[in-house]
Write a protein that binds this ligand. Structure first.
Ligand code: NAD
Length: 482
């Protein structure tokens, strides 16, 4: 029985580089003893996660409010419920996913049987960022335990309240012999990366993504990299402009723009799109957050003053045309722009006439500033996107079927959504991941289970009758004719 697997106990939450290394050793021992393999053990861990989400949603929302000023409803909608959906889906399909799939055997190989079986990888590392600090740690955890692995979790130190809560709850709801939490920052991650894992799952920015990828390469450890980038949103044409504006504003200003799949910028095709967006986006913002968003209970804060100051600097640079004498035309403020550093507040902001050469258009904004760039044709919008690194998401608003098809055909992006933003990541039936510089690998639902599994092939062929004589040497004339 699983309860008797002799795995040494360690500290419930590891801190510091030494304890981080020791946590990995413990998780490896448990994996070697196949502690997390049995279906019942996996189901028990999944049920543990479900109970954690059900019973602790109040504490989770409170922590997210502390770290990011996340409104409780938004926290439920974007962190708690998606985790719950992943865990429910995994519990529903676990037996099915674990079932070996038999493969066809051609006549020349018979009699024989062949199968493909999802096997646990062993011990995996999950590194999460600060922007959805609960969900981006827990959703991969669901997939990793469903696949029968032991897991080392590294929450983001930049969301300290949520990380502390996760460190406290995980040992309460999951078996500490199979899931370890390591707290800390770059130093602890470096210590973890020096250990050997069977898979590393990293969500976060590109810079650390490279560090993780390089460290993994040294040990030939496979990785999933969930990165970011500038996700474009093309508005080609439309009729229901208030709905279009609401959908874009929701995509952009949820979590104050700190969402990896948020529309980073809008490409407005033609004068009509530009005019309608400039009219309706401010209205949508006001509908959502009132005339003073700082007073709204429904608007989040930036994660820290550093990140706020960086976002404000990008905005100011665009509005002034750059301070370095680049001679760019200044952008035009359409809405918002007010910041309060002490409150980590930046108003939902829309800017137009943004130069594609500005810093605002060079790096992922990751804050509540939405640039609108005017293009004359749909063709030009597609060329704008394809000339840049492949984004994590690409959005198109149009009523024209041929634009829809051309966008699907010509744009490369991790995922797409048409006439809506953000929602595509909420489906457990859709794999979620980037392509090229926006990441590699995918998860959610079955894709997550497979990411954390090895799809092992095996062939069984009886030796009671030796049907292989025909292929053994010597290759006589008769065999050559066969
Ligand atoms: P972050 O600063 O929290 O870093 C992520 C993780 O890397 C943390 O656990 C941190 O401890 C670790 N880390 C930081 N510096 C390190 C170093 N020098 N060496 C080793 N490890 C280190 O988060 P972030 O990178 O600021 O996250 C924001 C980025 O994440 C954005 O670019 C966003 O687009 C991307 N993102 C992607 C997804 C996705 O699912 N694809 C989701 C959310 C965020």
């Amino acid at each position: 029985p699983v309860a008797e697997v002799p795995v040494p106990a360690g500290p419930e939450v590891a801190t510091g580089t030494e304890e981080a290394g020791a946590a990995v050793v413990r998780m490896r021992q448990a994996a070697n003893l196949r502690l997390a393999h049995p279906r019942r053990f996996r189901a028990a861990q999944l049920k543990g996660i479900r109970r954690l989400v059900e019973e602790e949603s109040g504490a989770i929302c409170a922590a997210l409010a502390e770290d990011l000023g996340k409104p409780a409803t938004e926290a439920m909608l974007t962190e708690v419920q998606p985790t719950r959906a992943e865990v429910d889906h995994a519990l529903l399909y676990l037996t099915d996913w674990m079932e070996p799939e038999s493969a066809k055997v051609p006549l020349t190989f018979r009699p024989a049987s062949a199968k493909i079986e999802a096997r646990p990888l062993g011990t995996v590392l999950i590194i999460a960022p600060w922007n959805y600090p609960f969900m981006l740690l827990m959703a991969p955890l669901v997939a990793a335990v469903a696949a029968g692995n032991t897991v080392v979790l590294k929450p983001s130190e930049k969301a300290p309240a949520t990380s502390e809560l996760i460190g406290r709850l995980i040992p309460q709801y999951l078996d500490p012999r199979a899931v370890a939490v390591v707290q800390g920052g770059a130093g602890e991650v470096q210590a973890l990366l020096a250990e050997r894992f069977d898979h590393i799952f990293y969500t976060g920015g590109e810079r650390v993504g490279r560090i993780v990828y390089e460290a993994a390469a040294k040990q030939l450890t496979p990785v999933t990299l969930e990165l970011g980038g500038k996700s474009p949103c093309v508005v080609a044409d439309g009729r229901n402009w208030s709905a279009i504006a609401r959908r874009i504003a929701f995509g952009k200003f949820t979590n104050a723009g700190q969402t990896c799949v948020a529309p980073d910028y809008v490409l407005a095709v033609g004068e009509e799109s530009q005019r309608q967006l400039e009219k309706h986006l401010p209205q949508a913002i006001q509908e959502f957050y009132g005339t003073d968003p700082q007073q709204s209970p429904d608007y989040a804060r930036l994660v820290n003053t550093e990140h706020l100051e960086r976002t404000v600097a990008l905005l100011e640079d665009a509005l002034t045309g750059g301070t370095g004498g680049e001679g760019r035309a200044p952008a035009r403020l359409v809405h918002g722009g007010r910041a309060d550093v002490a409150d980590r507040f930046l108003e939902p902001t829309v800017v137009a006439d943004v130069s594609p050469d500005s810093a605002l258009m060079a790096e992922e904004i990751f804050g509540p500033v939405l640039p609108i760039i005017r293009v004359d044709t749909f063709e030009e919008a597609v060329e704008f996107i394809t000339a840049r690194p492949h984004p994590l998401a690409a959005y198109l608003f149009t009523d024209k079927h041929r634009y829809h098809r051309a966008f699907e055909e010509r744009v490369t992006a991790g995922g797409m959504a048409f006439d809506v933003a953000l929602l595509q990541v909420g489906l457990t039936t859709l794999p979620f991941g980037g392509v090229g510089p926006s990441g590699m690998g995918a998860y959610h639902g079955r894709a997550g289970f497979e990411t954390f599994s090895h799809l092992r092939s095996s062939l069984t062929k009886t030796d009671q009758v030796d049907t292989l004589k025909m292929i053994y040497p010597p290759y006589t004339w008769a065999k050559r004719q066969a």
